[in-house]
Write a protein that binds this ligand. Structure first.
Ligand SMILES: [Mg+2]
Length: 312
């Protein structure tokens, strides 16, 4: 949700590129999915554990002066579950690290803790523990969530191939009007998709459709053609004309899933619909040389990776 439109790749991706090689070099064999995806996965005692973490900061991801602490706690958990959904993993539980603004306010601690307890029940992911500190500065909440592999194992951003369909699980844009706090992570949808053997690669839309899609394409080593008029634009987008599409592509915090899959047969489409899951096809993956292309009413143009750059 910023205007870092013209940098590609994002500052965050560029910073990561400089350190990831060194980090990966220290990996033992049991690391199934490493950095650069929505979740990591590591082999433990014959199975795999899926893990993800997200840090939320007052003033950046939420406004503590404008919302209930319980709302903030719910979001801190939900963004992690959205990453587990991207891996088609089944949530096991979470831990939370919090830094409270000094001087420590016991009422704030209690409200956030009870908020996490409530969110844990509502989102069916128990709180397993945590740690609290106090420091000068904004409230910071870091949640780490654990999951178990779903019916297709652990999905990642890698696996999209030329010819596969790119779909979204729901409409995008305008989340700032409330959905960025109240969204339901697509855990159930991801499970249904995996049960039917559909997804080959997945990613949740947190930083913006265009930016996140560029990351999925990079991880999979593919290009993509996106049909502008097939992108489902959320009714929350209050702009008109071309600005509507720009919001859908770049607003972020939609927490819908980008899904790479083979074309669906009618039987699978109907089975998914019976479980309340609709995939909206918005494009087709291409060979990497094709790059990222947006096909609109005025023809083709490069799909710029618009979205929220955390370090920009
Ligand atoms: Mg993600």
């Amino acid at each position: 949700m910023s205007d870092s439109q013209d940098r590609a790749p994002s500052q965050e991706d560029a910073w990561l590129d400089r350190v990831l090689e060194r980090i990966r070099a220290g990996h033992p064999d049991g690391v199934r999915v490493g950095p650069g995806h929505d979740c990591a996965a590591v082999d433990v005692d014959g199975g795999s554990v899926v893990v993800t973490t997200d840090v939320l900061v007052d003033g950046v991801h939420f406004r503590l002066d404008a919302m209930e602490p319980a709302t903030v706690a719910r979001k801190a958990l939900a963004v992690n579950l959205s990453d587990l959904a991207a891996a088609a993993a089944v949530p096991i539980g979470f831990v939370v690290g919090g830094v409270l603004p000094a001087p420590a306010d016991p009422a704030l601690f209690e409200a956030i803790s009870l908020g996490f307890a409530e969110a844990a029940e509502a989102l069916a992911c128990p709180c397993l523990g945590g740690d609290t500190n106090v420091a000068e500065g904004p409230l910071v909440l870091a949640v780490t969530a654990l999951g178990a592999p779903g019916p297709m194992g652990v999905l990642s951003r890698k696996g999209a191939e030329p010819g596969m369909v790119l779909s979204l699980t729901g409409p995008v844009g305008g989340s700032i009007h409330g959905r960025h706090l109240t969204f339901t992570p697509r855990v159930a949808e991801a499970q249904a998709l995996a049960r039917h053997g559909v997804p080959r690669a997945m990613m949740d839309v947190s930083d913006g459709l265009a930016l996140d899609l560029s990351r999925l394409c990079r991880a999979s080593g593919v290009g993509v053609r996106v049909d502008a008029d097939r992108i489902p634009i959320h009714p929350d987008v209050d702009a008109t004309g071309d600005a509507r599409l720009a919001h859908a592509l770049g607003d972020g915090e939609d927490f819908e899933l980008l899904v790479a899959h083979e074309p669906l047969d009618a039987e699978t489409t109907n089975a998914l619909a019976a479980e309340g899951v609709t995939l909206v096809p918005i494009g087709t993956f291409q060979a990497p040389e094709a790059g990222l292309v947006l096909v609109g009413p005025d023809g083709e143009q490069p799909l710029r990776p618009t979205g929220f750059d955390h370090l920009g």
